[in-house]
Write a protein that binds this ligand. Structure first.
Ligand code: SAJ
Length: 450
C-alpha cells in the first residue's frame, strides 16, 4: 500500500518514517527546498531523540522517498502547520483582535492532492484544526476531484468515493517516537468506513488503543486536550502572582497541594509556548467567542506572564547604570530546539523595549528571530559583564548552574523564571536570587557586587 505524507515537519516526518519502517511504500512531500535537499543528503532537519536513525533507516530501505510534490497513493496524510492569524496578518478578517486559525497551508496541501485522487483513496488530516474543518473545508476541496467524500462508503465498501478522516496527532515534542507508538489514537471519520480504513493503517505501528468517532468530535477532542492544559497552566500562573504578593513560595505550596489525591496543579513560568497549546484554544474560541470567556482569559493570563518576567528582571537591576541582562534559554520548553511562540521571545522583546542591553544564549539555538538581543555562542560569553542572569528555559544543561558558572557577571543577580535552579543552593548565598512565584520576587532586591 502506498502512503503519501504531505508536510515533513515535526509530525509529518516521524509519521512518514514510521509507515516506511512498517511495510508501506511512502512518499514524503514538502514544499521547502531546504527540507528536501537536507533529507536527500540523509540529514534530518529536526532535532528529536531517535528520529535521525529512524529516518535514515527508512530512506536506506528505499521505502521512504522525498519529493517536492505529492505522488499518487492509496492514502494521503496531511500534516502541515495551522498557525494563528492575527488581525494585522494579511487575509485576516478586518477588525478582529482575536486570533483565528490560518488554514492556508491545509487548503493548499489538500488542493495539491486533488489531481491524484482515485476512487477508494483515503485522505487523513493530522493537522490541528477548528471543529468542522474536515467536513466544511476539506470535503468540498476533495470533492473537486469529482468523487464524493461521504456517501458511498457507509456500507464498508471503498469503491466509488473518497474516504476522509481526521486523525489528530497528540505526541509530545521530545518524546515523539515513543508517543507515536504508545499513545492512544483518536480517529474521526467523515463516515464510519473512513474511520475504519484509517484505523487499519495506523494499526501497523500504534500499540496504544485506536478509538474511532466522527470527524468533528475528533477535532474537538484534540483542541479540548490542549485547552485543558492551557487553562491549568494559567491557574498555576495566577497562583504564582498571588503567592508573590502574599509572600508565599508557590512551588512549595503547589507541591503540598498536589499531595491531595485529586489535585494536579501544573507549573508556573514565563508563559506558554510551542505551536500547540498557545494556539489551539483560539480554534475553539473562534467557533463560539461569546461562550468561551474562561478559555480566552486563560490565554491572556499566560500571555501576560512574559511581561511579569520583564518586571522581575527590571526590579533585579534597579539602580544599576546601563544594565545588561543575560537571558538563558530561548526555546519554548526544556531540551527542545523549537522557538515557535516561545515566551522567551516575548521577554527579549519586552526587555529591549525597556531599553536594556540584552545578551542571550541557548545551547539549542543558532539564530535569533527577535531583533534587539545579541545571541552569544556560550554561557560565559552571554553572562560576561551582565548585571542579571534571567533563566527562561530550564534546559538540563542549566539546571546544575552554580555561582561559579556566572563569575564573569558584573553584578550577580539571578532571576529564575522556571524554578529550574537549585533554589536552596542559590538562596544560601543570601543575595541576588529571585524565583518567579515566591515572596522573594515580591521585594525585588538591591544589586550586589559578586
Ligand atoms: N508549561 C508550563 N507549565 C507546565 C507545563 C508546560 O508553563 O506545567 C509550558 C511549557 O514550558 C511550554 C508550554 O507550556 O512553553 C507547552 O509545553 P507542553 O510540554 O505542555 O506541551 P507541547 O506544546 O510540547 O505539546 C502539547 C502536548 N499536549 C498536551 O500535553 C495536552 C502534546 O501531547 C500535543 O501533541 C502537542 O501539544 C500538540 O501537538 O498539540
Amino acid at each position: 500500500m502506498r502512503v503519501c505524507v504531505i508536510g515533513l515537519g515535526y509530525i509529518g516526518l516521524p509519521t512518514a518514517a514510521m509507515f516506511a519502517t512498517h511495510g508501506y511504500q511512502v512518499t514524503g512531500a514538502d514544499t521547502s527546498d531546504r527540507v528536501i535537499r537536507a533529507l536527500c543528503e540523509g540529514n534530518v532537519h529536526i532535532r528529536e531523540p531517535g528520529l535521525e536513525e529512524l529516518v535514515r533507516t527508512a530512506l536506506g530501505s528505499g521505502n521512504l522517498q522525498v519529493r517536492s510534490r505529492p505522488q499518487p497513493a492509496d492514502a494521503f496524510i496531511i500534516s502541515v502547520p495551522t498557525p494563528c492569524t492575527h488581525s494585522e496578518t494579511p487575509g485576516a478578517s478586518p477588525g478582529k483582535a482575536r486570533p483565528e486559525a490560518d488554514l492556508s497551508c491545509v487548503v493548499s496541501a489538500v488542493e495539491s492532492i486533488v489531481p491524484h485522487l482515485q476512487p477508494g483513496n483515503l485522505v487523513i488530516l493530522e493537522s490541528t484544526v477548528p471543529p468542522r474543518t474536515t467536513s466544511d473545508v476539506l470535503r468540498p476541496i476533495v470533492e473537486r476531484s469529482g468523487l464524493q467524500a461521504a456517501a458511498p462508503a457507509d456500507d464498508g465498501s471503498t469503491t466509488g468515493g473518497i474516504l476522509l478522516a481526521h486523525c489528530p496527532e497528540r505526541v509530545l515534542p521530545g518524546r515523539i517516537l515513543d508517543e507515536l507508538v504508545h499513545n492512544d489514537r483518536i480517529i474521526g471519520g467523515l463516515t464510519p468506513a473512513a474511520a475504519e480504513k484509517a484505523r487499519s493503517i495506523y494499526a501497523s505501528f500504534v500499540e496504544g488503543q485506536i478509538l474511532t468517532t466522527e470527524a468533528t468530535t475528533a477535532e474537538m477532542v484534540k483542541l479540548m486536550e490542549n485547552t485543558y492544559r492551557d487553562i491549568n497552566i494559567a491557574l498555576a500562573n495566577e497562583f504564582a502572582l498571588v503567592a508573590e504578593r502574599l509572600g508565599v513560595d508557590v512551588w512549595e505550596a503547589v507541591e503540598l497541594a498536589n499531595r491531595h489525591p485529586r489535585v494536579n496543579i501544573l507549573k508556573p513560568g514565563p508563559g506558554v509556548g510551542g505551536h500547540c497549546i498557545a494556539v489551539d484554544p483560539w480554534f475553539i474560541a473562534q467557533m463560539a467567542p461569546d461562550i468561551t470567556p474562561l478559555i480566552q482569559t486563560a490565554r491572556h493570563v499566560n500571555d501576560g506572564m512574559a511581561g511579569h518576567v520583564v518586571d522581575l528582571a527590571k526590579a533585579a537591576v534597579a539602580g544599576i547604570q546601563e544594565p545588561v541582562i543575560a537571558c538563558l534559554g530561548l526555546t519554548y520548553k526544556a531540551n527542545v530546539d523549537d522557538v515557535r511562540e516561545s515566551p522567551a521571545m516575548e521577554v527579549l522583546r519586552g526587555l529591549h523595549e525597556e531599553g536594556f542591553e540584552v545578551h542571550a544564549f541557548d545551547p539549542y539555538v543558532r539564530q535569533l528571530p527577535v531583533l534587539g538581543a545579541c545571541l552569544r555562542d556560550s554561557l560565559p560569553a552571554a553572562v560576561a559583564g551582565a548585571d542579571c542572569a534571567l533563566l527562561l528555559t530550564d534546559h538540563a544543561a542549566f539546571r546544575s548552574l552554580t555561582p561559579n558558572d556566572l563569575e564573569g557577571m558584573r553584578h550577580l543577580n539571578v532571576v529564575d523564571a522556571r524554578h529550574g535552579l537549585d533554589a536552596l543552593q542559590w538562596r544560601a548565598l543570601g543575595r541576588g536570587y529571585v524565583t518567579l512565584g515566591t515572596g522573594h520576587a515580591r521585594h525585588g532586591k538591591e544589586a550586589d557586587e559578586p
